[in-house]
Write a protein that binds this ligand. Sequence first.
Ligand code: NAD
Length: 358
Amino acid sequence: MKRINMAVLAGDGVGPEVMRQTLRVLTTVAPDVTHESGLIGGAAWAEHNDHFPKATRELIDRSDAVLFGSVGGPVDQSHLPQWHGCEVNSILALRQYLNLSVNHRPARIFPALRNLSPLKNTRLEGCDEVLILRELSGDIYFGEKRTFESDAGLIAEDVATYTTNQIRHLAHEAFRTAAQRKAQLVSVDKANVLETSRLWRQIFTQVASQYPSVELTHMLVDNCAMQLIINPAQFDVIATGNLFGDILSDAASALPGSLGMMPSASFNADGFGLYEPSGGSAPQLQGKDVANPMAQLLSLALLLRHSLQRNEAASAIEHAIEQTLDAGIRTADICLTGEQAIGTRAFTDEVIARLSPS
Ligand code: NAD
């Protein structure tokens, strides 16, 4: 079977509509990138009675990267076989299938949308992007879990585990990433209380000696949550474990003002990448041409840059989006009172009009 650059898994809800628009952008900016679509989530269930069918795994096996949309159905239909366990059996299974161990979540504050942020403009002064690198393979999600009876009643237990290798892998990725940006890295842990965090801090300190150009700061997670709100401009790259990363990246995603603008990228130890919007399938928006395509478009830009080394094409997409926003063009989720919203397709038309082929 022929190898291709990109497996396209649009999934459910608004996934297929934003993906359709994203592929129009790809055709304009990098028409030579080869891609093929596969089924995942509820859409795969409808055809194969399986949320992550063999045909999709085979497609991924012969791809250089995965562009993922979103999966899941309306919450009130979660009892139906098509949606029951859909996320666990599709996106979570896919992340495990690919052994993804690092998640990059950039929270970018677009100058034209500063007024949309829940933070005052003065708090955002000097803050253009906060990038959170979250370790994905260890921590409390994967340790032993049990609930048992005791004299004091039921006891629930979740074991948090980190190996030196898991931390070291994330640390190298974080230092390399920071070195290519502002050379500032904040490692977030809870070393005043947790053994896993003490190991985390020790390994980050060791790895730091190999990256003398990067300034490393350690910060406790509770302080970091507060600092993200009172002074986000102090951060460029934050590296943290699975649980803290889950929470802090959602907190940081509030800075730009809408989930519909938030892309993400996840990598395994071999550098294979999966790129997806940070949000879900937004079923209530499905079929209405109102979803913001930016998260999917920016995920494509990350894929082009990191997996296909097409930096020019990636920058062209990011630049065209910024120009579109600067021109006051908005989808409904990023409209302030009195502003006029346009649809998913029309917004993409405006982005395409501002693109030049690479
Ligand atoms: P959601 O992320 O779909 O929606 C949360 C909010 O963000 C909603 O108000 C929604 O309208 C808005 N939003 C999300 N994407 C948007 C876009 N592109 N444009 C404009 N607004 C957007 O989360 P939810 O409502 O909790 O979950 C809906 C479904 O998505 C569920 O079935 C859930 O299981 C699934 N889900 C999937 C993923 C994934 O595929 N990785 C992640 C989270 C949730």
